[in-house]
Design a protein around this ligand. Structure first.
Ligand SMILES: Cc1cc2nc3c(=O)[nH]c(=O)nc-3n(C[C@H](O)[C@H](O)[C@H](O)COP(=O)(O)O)c2cc1C
Length: 489
Protein backbone atom coordinates (compact mmCIF):
# COMPACT_ATOMS: atom_id res chain seq x y z
CA UNK A 1 0.00 0.00 0.00
CA UNK A 2 1.39 3.37 -1.01
CA UNK A 3 1.50 6.30 1.39
CA UNK A 4 -1.62 8.48 1.17
CA UNK A 5 0.11 11.66 2.26
CA UNK A 6 3.14 13.12 4.02
CA UNK A 7 1.66 12.31 7.45
CA UNK A 8 1.36 8.61 6.63
CA UNK A 9 4.98 8.59 5.50
CA UNK A 10 6.15 10.46 8.61
CA UNK A 11 4.48 7.81 10.75
CA UNK A 12 6.42 5.10 8.90
CA UNK A 13 9.69 7.02 9.31
CA UNK A 14 8.89 7.45 12.99
CA UNK A 15 8.43 3.70 13.45
CA UNK A 16 11.93 3.25 12.01
CA UNK A 17 13.52 5.88 14.26
CA UNK A 18 14.06 8.23 11.32
CA UNK A 19 12.33 11.26 12.88
CA UNK A 20 13.57 13.50 15.68
CA UNK A 21 10.56 15.33 17.18
CA UNK A 22 11.77 18.74 18.38
CA UNK A 23 9.39 20.28 20.93
CA UNK A 24 11.93 22.90 22.00
CA UNK A 25 11.19 26.33 20.45
CA UNK A 26 13.33 26.83 17.33
CA UNK A 27 13.67 30.09 15.38
CA UNK A 28 12.93 30.11 11.64
CA UNK A 29 15.68 32.75 11.44
CA UNK A 30 18.81 30.59 10.79
CA UNK A 31 18.29 28.14 13.68
CA UNK A 32 16.06 25.75 11.70
CA UNK A 33 18.60 25.71 8.85
CA UNK A 34 21.53 25.08 11.17
CA UNK A 35 19.77 22.14 12.85
CA UNK A 36 18.91 20.57 9.50
CA UNK A 37 22.48 21.02 8.28
CA UNK A 38 23.95 19.43 11.40
CA UNK A 39 21.53 16.53 11.06
CA UNK A 40 23.05 15.82 7.62
CA UNK A 41 26.57 16.04 9.02
CA UNK A 42 25.78 13.53 11.76
CA UNK A 43 23.50 11.35 9.59
CA UNK A 44 20.99 11.90 12.38
CA UNK A 45 17.21 11.42 12.24
CA UNK A 46 15.18 13.97 10.24
CA UNK A 47 14.19 16.90 12.50
CA UNK A 48 10.46 17.61 12.85
CA UNK A 49 10.19 21.13 14.28
CA UNK A 50 6.99 21.34 16.32
CA UNK A 51 7.42 24.76 17.95
CA UNK A 52 8.57 27.50 15.60
CA UNK A 53 9.14 31.03 16.93
CA UNK A 54 6.22 33.28 16.09
CA UNK A 55 4.03 30.57 14.53
CA UNK A 56 0.98 28.74 15.88
CA UNK A 57 1.48 25.40 17.57
CA UNK A 58 0.70 22.77 14.95
CA UNK A 59 2.54 24.53 12.13
CA UNK A 60 5.55 22.29 11.59
CA UNK A 61 8.71 22.03 9.49
CA UNK A 62 10.00 18.61 8.45
CA UNK A 63 13.73 18.95 7.78
CA UNK A 64 16.06 16.70 5.77
CA UNK A 65 13.16 14.79 4.13
CA UNK A 66 15.46 12.60 2.04
CA UNK A 67 18.75 13.02 3.88
CA UNK A 68 21.05 10.05 4.34
CA UNK A 69 20.72 7.99 7.49
CA UNK A 70 23.31 6.17 9.62
CA UNK A 71 25.76 3.62 8.15
CA UNK A 72 24.17 0.38 7.01
CA UNK A 73 20.89 2.12 6.21
CA UNK A 74 22.04 5.27 4.44
CA UNK A 75 19.12 5.39 2.03
CA UNK A 76 16.43 4.47 4.60
CA UNK A 77 14.21 7.52 3.88
CA UNK A 78 14.14 6.88 0.14
CA UNK A 79 13.81 3.10 0.56
CA UNK A 80 10.84 3.53 2.92
CA UNK A 81 9.26 6.01 0.48
CA UNK A 82 9.34 3.18 -2.07
CA UNK A 83 7.95 0.72 0.49
CA UNK A 84 11.27 -1.14 0.64
CA UNK A 85 13.38 -2.19 3.62
CA UNK A 86 15.39 0.63 5.25
CA UNK A 87 18.64 -1.23 4.67
CA UNK A 88 18.19 -1.49 0.90
CA UNK A 89 21.37 -0.43 -0.91
CA UNK A 90 21.52 2.26 -3.58
CA UNK A 91 22.08 -0.21 -6.44
CA UNK A 92 18.89 -2.11 -5.59
CA UNK A 93 16.96 1.17 -5.26
CA UNK A 94 18.15 2.27 -8.71
CA UNK A 95 17.06 -1.02 -10.31
CA UNK A 96 13.66 -0.88 -8.55
CA UNK A 97 13.17 2.75 -9.63
CA UNK A 98 13.78 1.73 -13.27
CA UNK A 99 11.47 -1.29 -13.01
CA UNK A 100 8.54 0.65 -11.55
CA UNK A 101 8.77 3.80 -13.65
CA UNK A 102 8.37 1.66 -16.77
CA UNK A 103 4.75 1.01 -15.73
CA UNK A 104 3.35 4.51 -15.21
CA UNK A 105 -0.15 4.89 -13.74
CA UNK A 106 -2.36 7.86 -14.63
CA UNK A 107 -3.62 9.95 -11.71
CA UNK A 108 -7.32 10.25 -10.91
CA UNK A 109 -9.12 13.56 -10.44
CA UNK A 110 -11.12 13.86 -7.24
CA UNK A 111 -13.63 16.57 -6.30
CA UNK A 112 -12.06 17.59 -3.01
CA UNK A 113 -9.13 16.87 -0.76
CA UNK A 114 -7.34 17.73 2.48
CA UNK A 115 -5.35 20.50 0.76
CA UNK A 116 -8.63 22.49 0.61
CA UNK A 117 -9.17 22.57 4.38
CA UNK A 118 -8.19 26.26 4.33
CA UNK A 119 -8.65 28.41 1.24
CA UNK A 120 -7.04 31.85 1.37
CA UNK A 121 -7.66 34.37 -1.39
CA UNK A 122 -7.54 38.14 -1.93
CA UNK A 123 -6.16 40.04 1.05
CA UNK A 124 -6.00 36.79 3.05
CA UNK A 125 -3.00 35.70 0.96
CA UNK A 126 0.19 36.05 2.99
CA UNK A 127 3.09 33.69 2.31
CA UNK A 128 4.74 34.58 5.61
CA UNK A 129 1.77 33.16 7.52
CA UNK A 130 3.64 29.92 6.82
CA UNK A 131 6.82 29.26 8.85
CA UNK A 132 9.22 30.04 6.01
CA UNK A 133 12.84 29.74 7.17
CA UNK A 134 15.87 31.91 6.48
CA UNK A 135 18.11 28.91 5.97
CA UNK A 136 21.73 30.02 5.51
CA UNK A 137 23.35 33.24 6.65
CA UNK A 138 23.71 35.34 3.49
CA UNK A 139 20.68 33.93 1.66
CA UNK A 140 18.83 36.61 -0.30
CA UNK A 141 15.64 35.91 1.63
CA UNK A 142 13.42 33.29 3.27
CA UNK A 143 13.05 30.18 1.10
CA UNK A 144 9.59 28.60 0.94
CA UNK A 145 10.35 26.16 -1.88
CA UNK A 146 13.16 23.76 -1.12
CA UNK A 147 11.33 20.41 -1.24
CA UNK A 148 8.20 20.81 -3.33
CA UNK A 149 6.87 20.66 -6.86
CA UNK A 150 6.11 23.43 -9.31
CA UNK A 151 3.26 22.52 -11.67
CA UNK A 152 2.99 24.20 -15.07
CA UNK A 153 1.26 23.27 -18.33
CA UNK A 154 2.48 23.49 -21.91
CA UNK A 155 -0.02 25.78 -23.68
CA UNK A 156 0.34 23.91 -26.99
CA UNK A 157 0.33 20.25 -26.03
CA UNK A 158 -1.43 20.28 -22.66
CA UNK A 159 1.51 18.37 -21.14
CA UNK A 160 1.84 19.04 -17.42
CA UNK A 161 5.34 19.36 -15.96
CA UNK A 162 6.40 18.99 -12.36
CA UNK A 163 9.82 20.27 -11.36
CA UNK A 164 11.54 21.23 -8.15
CA UNK A 165 12.81 24.78 -8.60
CA UNK A 166 13.84 26.77 -5.53
CA UNK A 167 11.57 29.60 -4.36
CA UNK A 168 12.36 32.67 -2.26
CA UNK A 169 9.64 34.84 -0.73
CA UNK A 170 9.78 38.47 -1.96
CA UNK A 171 6.75 39.67 0.01
CA UNK A 172 3.29 38.50 1.12
CA UNK A 173 2.12 37.74 -2.42
CA UNK A 174 5.18 37.10 -4.55
CA UNK A 175 8.11 34.71 -4.83
CA UNK A 176 11.12 34.32 -7.10
CA UNK A 177 13.42 31.54 -8.13
CA UNK A 178 15.86 30.13 -10.64
CA UNK A 179 14.02 29.49 -13.91
CA UNK A 180 16.80 28.04 -16.06
CA UNK A 181 16.15 28.18 -19.82
CA UNK A 182 17.29 24.56 -20.19
CA UNK A 183 14.83 23.24 -17.59
CA UNK A 184 11.26 22.42 -18.52
CA UNK A 185 9.82 25.36 -16.61
CA UNK A 186 12.22 27.68 -18.45
CA UNK A 187 11.34 26.20 -21.83
CA UNK A 188 7.63 26.80 -21.15
CA UNK A 189 8.02 30.26 -19.65
CA UNK A 190 10.58 31.87 -21.99
CA UNK A 191 9.80 30.05 -25.25
CA UNK A 192 6.01 29.83 -24.99
CA UNK A 193 4.21 32.09 -22.51
CA UNK A 194 6.64 35.02 -22.48
CA UNK A 195 7.20 34.81 -26.23
CA UNK A 196 3.41 35.27 -26.62
CA UNK A 197 3.29 37.94 -23.93
CA UNK A 198 1.02 35.74 -21.80
CA UNK A 199 1.10 35.02 -18.07
CA UNK A 200 2.06 31.45 -17.12
CA UNK A 201 -0.22 29.83 -14.52
CA UNK A 202 1.59 27.84 -11.82
CA UNK A 203 0.86 25.81 -8.72
CA UNK A 204 3.48 25.16 -6.07
CA UNK A 205 2.80 22.07 -4.00
CA UNK A 206 4.57 21.67 -0.66
CA UNK A 207 4.34 18.52 1.47
CA UNK A 208 3.13 15.54 -0.54
CA UNK A 209 3.34 11.78 -0.16
CA UNK A 210 7.09 11.16 -0.53
CA UNK A 211 7.47 10.05 -4.15
CA UNK A 212 6.01 13.13 -5.88
CA UNK A 213 8.92 15.32 -4.75
CA UNK A 214 11.51 12.70 -5.72
CA UNK A 215 10.01 12.55 -9.20
CA UNK A 216 9.76 16.37 -9.50
CA UNK A 217 13.50 16.58 -8.80
CA UNK A 218 14.32 14.07 -11.56
CA UNK A 219 15.21 14.86 -15.15
CA UNK A 220 12.43 13.18 -17.14
CA UNK A 221 11.95 13.70 -20.88
CA UNK A 222 9.74 16.46 -22.29
CA UNK A 223 6.17 15.23 -22.55
CA UNK A 224 6.37 12.80 -19.64
CA UNK A 225 3.82 13.54 -16.91
CA UNK A 226 5.55 13.26 -13.56
CA UNK A 227 2.18 12.41 -11.96
CA UNK A 228 2.07 9.20 -14.07
CA UNK A 229 5.61 8.25 -13.06
CA UNK A 230 4.75 8.90 -9.42
CA UNK A 231 1.75 6.58 -9.85
CA UNK A 232 4.05 3.92 -11.30
CA UNK A 233 6.47 4.21 -8.39
CA UNK A 234 3.58 4.08 -5.90
CA UNK A 235 1.92 1.15 -7.65
CA UNK A 236 -1.38 3.03 -7.47
CA UNK A 237 -2.76 6.26 -8.88
CA UNK A 238 -2.18 9.56 -7.24
CA UNK A 239 -5.31 11.60 -6.43
CA UNK A 240 -5.29 15.09 -7.92
CA UNK A 241 -7.72 17.94 -7.32
CA UNK A 242 -8.34 21.10 -9.35
CA UNK A 243 -6.82 24.40 -8.22
CA UNK A 244 -9.04 27.29 -7.17
CA UNK A 245 -7.74 30.04 -9.46
CA UNK A 246 -5.70 28.39 -12.23
CA UNK A 247 -6.44 25.54 -14.64
CA UNK A 248 -4.04 23.05 -13.05
CA UNK A 249 -4.38 20.00 -10.82
CA UNK A 250 -2.39 19.23 -7.68
CA UNK A 251 -2.03 16.27 -5.28
CA UNK A 252 -5.24 16.37 -3.23
CA UNK A 253 -3.61 15.35 0.05
CA UNK A 254 -0.87 18.02 -0.14
CA UNK A 255 -0.09 20.08 2.93
CA UNK A 256 0.16 23.45 1.12
CA UNK A 257 -0.71 24.66 -2.40
CA UNK A 258 0.26 28.10 -3.70
CA UNK A 259 -1.46 29.18 -6.92
CA UNK A 260 -0.81 32.06 -9.25
CA UNK A 261 0.77 33.37 -12.42
CA UNK A 262 4.18 34.44 -13.70
CA UNK A 263 3.79 37.57 -15.78
CA UNK A 264 5.86 37.95 -18.95
CA UNK A 265 9.03 40.03 -18.71
CA UNK A 266 8.69 40.68 -14.99
CA UNK A 267 11.97 40.24 -13.07
CA UNK A 268 13.05 40.81 -9.50
CA UNK A 269 16.32 39.98 -7.73
CA UNK A 270 16.40 36.52 -6.19
CA UNK A 271 19.24 34.82 -4.30
CA UNK A 272 21.96 34.29 -3.43
CA UNK A 273 21.39 30.90 -1.85
CA UNK A 274 23.47 28.10 -0.31
CA UNK A 275 23.52 25.77 -3.30
CA UNK A 276 23.69 22.03 -3.93
CA UNK A 277 27.27 22.57 -5.13
CA UNK A 278 28.20 23.09 -1.49
CA UNK A 279 28.77 26.84 -1.84
CA UNK A 280 27.01 30.19 -1.95
CA UNK A 281 28.17 30.75 -5.48
CA UNK A 282 27.06 34.35 -6.10
CA UNK A 283 27.72 37.47 -4.06
CA UNK A 284 24.36 39.05 -4.75
CA UNK A 285 20.93 38.24 -6.11
CA UNK A 286 20.15 38.48 -9.80
CA UNK A 287 16.96 39.27 -11.73
CA UNK A 288 14.63 36.28 -12.09
CA UNK A 289 10.98 35.76 -13.04
CA UNK A 290 8.36 36.49 -10.39
CA UNK A 291 5.66 34.10 -9.15
CA UNK A 292 2.61 36.25 -8.32
CA UNK A 293 0.38 34.47 -5.82
CA UNK A 294 -3.42 34.50 -6.14
CA UNK A 295 -4.40 31.84 -3.61
CA UNK A 296 -2.99 29.62 -0.88
CA UNK A 297 -4.78 26.48 0.22
CA UNK A 298 -3.54 24.33 3.07
CA UNK A 299 -4.36 21.55 5.49
CA UNK A 300 -5.05 22.32 9.10
CA UNK A 301 -1.74 22.47 10.98
CA UNK A 302 0.35 22.25 7.83
CA UNK A 303 3.73 20.54 7.70
CA UNK A 304 6.38 22.10 5.46
CA UNK A 305 9.25 19.89 4.26
CA UNK A 306 12.51 21.82 4.05
CA UNK A 307 15.84 20.90 2.54
CA UNK A 308 18.84 22.99 3.58
CA UNK A 309 21.11 22.55 0.60
CA UNK A 310 24.88 22.86 0.78
CA UNK A 311 27.94 20.68 1.31
CA UNK A 312 27.15 17.03 0.53
CA UNK A 313 25.28 15.02 1.48
CA UNK A 314 21.86 16.70 1.49
CA UNK A 315 18.45 15.63 0.21
CA UNK A 316 19.13 16.61 -3.40
CA UNK A 317 22.39 14.63 -3.55
CA UNK A 318 20.77 11.56 -1.97
CA UNK A 319 17.67 11.66 -4.17
CA UNK A 320 19.45 12.20 -7.44
CA UNK A 321 21.89 9.39 -6.71
CA UNK A 322 18.86 7.09 -6.98
CA UNK A 323 16.49 8.64 -9.51
CA UNK A 324 18.83 10.51 -11.86
CA UNK A 325 21.31 7.61 -11.78
CA UNK A 326 18.33 5.37 -12.65
CA UNK A 327 17.35 7.57 -15.59
CA UNK A 328 20.91 7.57 -16.95
CA UNK A 329 21.33 3.81 -16.51
CA UNK A 330 18.02 3.10 -18.20
CA UNK A 331 18.85 5.45 -21.06
CA UNK A 332 22.28 3.87 -21.68
CA UNK A 333 20.81 0.36 -21.58
CA UNK A 334 18.02 1.35 -23.99
CA UNK A 335 20.69 2.59 -26.41
CA UNK A 336 22.41 -0.80 -26.25
CA UNK A 337 25.39 0.13 -24.08
CA UNK A 338 26.46 -2.98 -22.09
CA UNK A 339 26.54 -1.06 -18.79
CA UNK A 340 26.26 -2.68 -15.40
CA UNK A 341 25.55 0.36 -13.22
CA UNK A 342 25.53 4.15 -13.19
CA UNK A 343 26.24 5.85 -9.89
CA UNK A 344 26.06 9.51 -8.91
CA UNK A 345 28.08 9.34 -5.68
CA UNK A 346 26.18 11.66 -3.33
CA UNK A 347 29.49 12.92 -1.90
CA UNK A 348 30.25 14.47 -5.31
CA UNK A 349 27.42 17.02 -5.25
CA UNK A 350 25.74 15.78 -8.44
CA UNK A 351 28.82 16.73 -10.44
CA UNK A 352 30.15 13.28 -11.22
CA UNK A 353 28.76 10.10 -12.78
CA UNK A 354 30.49 6.75 -12.51
CA UNK A 355 29.63 4.12 -15.11
CA UNK A 356 30.70 0.50 -14.81
CA UNK A 357 30.55 -1.30 -18.11
CA UNK A 358 31.84 -4.02 -20.35
CA UNK A 359 34.05 -2.42 -23.00
CA UNK A 360 33.26 -4.03 -26.37
CA UNK A 361 35.93 -2.08 -28.30
CA UNK A 362 38.83 0.35 -27.72
CA UNK A 363 38.03 3.86 -26.47
CA UNK A 364 34.42 2.82 -25.73
CA UNK A 365 34.52 4.94 -22.56
CA UNK A 366 34.44 8.12 -24.67
CA UNK A 367 31.14 7.06 -26.21
CA UNK A 368 29.70 6.42 -22.76
CA UNK A 369 30.84 9.82 -21.48
CA UNK A 370 29.43 11.72 -24.44
CA UNK A 371 26.10 9.89 -24.06
CA UNK A 372 25.98 11.05 -20.44
CA UNK A 373 26.84 14.65 -21.34
CA UNK A 374 24.18 14.67 -24.06
CA UNK A 375 21.45 13.97 -21.48
CA UNK A 376 19.60 16.76 -19.63
CA UNK A 377 21.33 15.76 -16.39
CA UNK A 378 24.68 15.88 -18.21
CA UNK A 379 24.72 19.69 -18.05
CA UNK A 380 26.07 19.52 -14.49
CA UNK A 381 27.91 16.19 -14.66
CA UNK A 382 31.31 17.74 -15.33
CA UNK A 383 33.12 14.56 -14.35
CA UNK A 384 32.47 11.13 -15.80
CA UNK A 385 34.46 8.12 -14.65
CA UNK A 386 34.13 4.93 -16.62
CA UNK A 387 35.26 1.74 -14.89
CA UNK A 388 35.26 -1.93 -15.85
CA UNK A 389 32.32 -4.08 -14.84
CA UNK A 390 34.32 -5.79 -12.07
CA UNK A 391 34.21 -2.46 -10.20
CA UNK A 392 31.12 -1.61 -8.13
CA UNK A 393 30.25 1.90 -9.35
CA UNK A 394 28.25 2.59 -6.17
CA UNK A 395 31.29 1.91 -3.97
CA UNK A 396 33.49 5.01 -3.97
CA UNK A 397 36.43 3.09 -2.42
CA UNK A 398 36.47 0.67 -5.35
CA UNK A 399 36.00 3.49 -7.87
CA UNK A 400 38.92 5.57 -6.53
CA UNK A 401 41.15 2.50 -6.50
CA UNK A 402 40.25 1.77 -10.12
CA UNK A 403 40.86 5.36 -11.21
CA UNK A 404 44.30 5.69 -9.65
CA UNK A 405 45.44 2.28 -10.91
CA UNK A 406 43.78 2.00 -14.35
CA UNK A 407 43.38 5.54 -15.66
CA UNK A 408 46.47 6.67 -17.55
CA UNK A 409 47.20 10.25 -16.37
CA UNK A 410 47.58 11.33 -20.00
CA UNK A 411 45.85 8.93 -22.42
CA UNK A 412 43.02 8.17 -19.94
CA UNK A 413 41.99 11.80 -19.50
CA UNK A 414 39.64 13.19 -22.14
CA UNK A 415 38.90 16.89 -21.75
CA UNK A 416 36.01 18.70 -23.42
CA UNK A 417 36.56 22.48 -23.39
CA UNK A 418 33.79 25.08 -23.74
CA UNK A 419 31.02 22.74 -22.61
CA UNK A 420 27.80 24.63 -21.77
CA UNK A 421 27.11 25.12 -18.07
CA UNK A 422 24.63 26.90 -15.83
CA UNK A 423 25.93 30.32 -14.82
CA UNK A 424 27.17 30.27 -11.22
CA UNK A 425 26.72 26.54 -10.75
CA UNK A 426 30.13 25.42 -11.97
CA UNK A 427 32.19 26.78 -9.16
CA UNK A 428 35.58 25.95 -10.69
CA UNK A 429 35.21 28.19 -13.75
CA UNK A 430 36.65 31.71 -14.09
CA UNK A 431 34.10 34.39 -13.17
CA UNK A 432 33.79 35.58 -16.80
CA UNK A 433 33.26 32.04 -18.05
CA UNK A 434 30.65 31.45 -15.35
CA UNK A 435 28.56 34.35 -16.55
CA UNK A 436 28.99 33.34 -20.18
CA UNK A 437 27.91 29.77 -19.34
CA UNK A 438 31.25 28.46 -20.67
CA UNK A 439 32.60 25.47 -18.78
CA UNK A 440 34.36 22.20 -19.39
CA UNK A 441 33.96 18.55 -18.65
CA UNK A 442 36.30 15.63 -18.32
CA UNK A 443 36.28 11.84 -18.68
CA UNK A 444 38.57 9.70 -16.58
CA UNK A 445 38.74 6.40 -18.45
CA UNK A 446 39.62 3.80 -15.85
CA UNK A 447 38.97 0.77 -18.04
CA UNK A 448 41.81 -1.55 -19.01
CA UNK A 449 42.75 -0.84 -22.65
CA UNK A 450 41.10 -3.27 -25.07
CA UNK A 451 44.20 -3.57 -27.24
CA UNK A 452 46.38 -5.01 -24.42
CA UNK A 453 47.12 -8.75 -24.44
CA UNK A 454 45.21 -10.40 -21.59
CA UNK A 455 48.50 -11.28 -19.80
CA UNK A 456 49.43 -7.56 -19.75
CA UNK A 457 46.38 -6.78 -17.63
CA UNK A 458 47.20 -6.91 -13.90
CA UNK A 459 45.20 -9.37 -11.82
CA UNK A 460 43.16 -7.89 -8.96
CA UNK A 461 44.54 -8.93 -5.57
CA UNK A 462 41.13 -9.25 -3.94
CA UNK A 463 39.40 -11.93 -1.85
CA UNK A 464 37.18 -13.02 -4.72
CA UNK A 465 39.89 -13.06 -7.40
CA UNK A 466 43.17 -14.16 -5.76
CA UNK A 467 41.93 -17.17 -3.84
CA UNK A 468 40.43 -20.33 -5.35
CA UNK A 469 36.67 -20.65 -4.93
CA UNK A 470 37.04 -23.62 -2.51
CA UNK A 471 39.30 -21.59 -0.19
CA UNK A 472 36.85 -18.66 -0.26
CA UNK A 473 33.98 -21.04 0.62
CA UNK A 474 36.02 -22.65 3.40
CA UNK A 475 36.87 -19.26 4.94
CA UNK A 476 33.26 -18.08 4.73
CA UNK A 477 32.02 -21.33 6.33
CA UNK A 478 34.50 -21.04 9.20
CA UNK A 479 34.26 -17.25 9.60
CA UNK A 480 32.38 -17.30 12.89
CA UNK A 481 34.57 -20.17 14.17
CA UNK A 482 37.50 -17.76 13.85
CA UNK A 483 35.66 -15.58 16.36
CA UNK A 484 34.26 -12.99 13.93
CA UNK A 485 30.64 -11.91 14.07
CA UNK A 486 28.74 -11.21 10.81
CA UNK A 487 30.44 -10.54 7.49
CA UNK A 488 29.78 -13.96 5.94
CA UNK A 489 27.41 -12.90 3.19
C1 LIG B 1 16.16 20.57 -3.40
C2 LIG B 1 16.26 20.81 -4.90
C3 LIG B 1 16.26 22.10 -5.40
C4 LIG B 1 16.37 22.33 -6.76
N1 LIG B 1 16.35 23.61 -7.22
C5 LIG B 1 16.41 23.83 -8.56
C6 LIG B 1 16.32 25.15 -9.07
O1 LIG B 1 16.19 26.14 -8.34
N2 LIG B 1 16.38 25.33 -10.40
C7 LIG B 1 16.53 24.27 -11.26
O2 LIG B 1 16.58 24.48 -12.47
N3 LIG B 1 16.62 23.00 -10.80
C8 LIG B 1 16.56 22.76 -9.47
N4 LIG B 1 16.64 21.49 -9.00
C9 LIG B 1 16.81 20.38 -9.95
C10 LIG B 1 15.50 20.09 -10.67
O3 LIG B 1 14.48 19.82 -9.75
C11 LIG B 1 15.64 18.91 -11.61
O4 LIG B 1 16.59 19.24 -12.60
C12 LIG B 1 14.33 18.51 -12.29
O5 LIG B 1 14.61 17.55 -13.25
C13 LIG B 1 13.65 19.69 -12.94
O6 LIG B 1 12.48 19.26 -13.62
P1 LIG B 1 12.42 19.29 -15.20
O7 LIG B 1 13.37 18.20 -15.67
O8 LIG B 1 11.00 18.94 -15.51
O9 LIG B 1 12.83 20.62 -15.66
C14 LIG B 1 16.51 21.24 -7.64
C15 LIG B 1 16.50 19.95 -7.13
C16 LIG B 1 16.39 19.73 -5.78
C17 LIG B 1 16.39 18.31 -5.27
Amino acid sequence: MAFRDLRDYLAALDREGEVQHIEEEVDWDLEVGAVIRRSYDLRAAAPLFENITGYPVGYRIFGAPAGLSRPGREYARIALALGMGPETGVGALIEEYIRRKKSPINPIIVANGPCKENILMGDKVDLLKLPVPLLHDGDGGRYIGTWHLVVTRDPDTGWTNWGMYRLMVHDATSMGGLVAPSQHIGMMYYQKYEARNQPMPFAVVIGTEPLSSLVAATYLPTGVNEADITGGLRGEPLELVKCETVDLEVPAAAEIVIEGEMLPYERRDEGPFGEYTGYRSAHAGSPKPVYRVKAITHRNDPIMPVSCMGVPVDDAHATMSVTVAGELLDDLRCRGFPVRMVALPPQCAQSMAVVSTRTPYPYFAKKVAHAIWASQAGAVLYWVMVVDEDVDATNLDEVLHAVVTRCHPDRGVHKVPNAPIYPNLSTFTDPDDRLAGRGACCLLDATWPKHWHPEDTPVKASFTVMWPREIQDLVLRKWEKYGYKGGIS
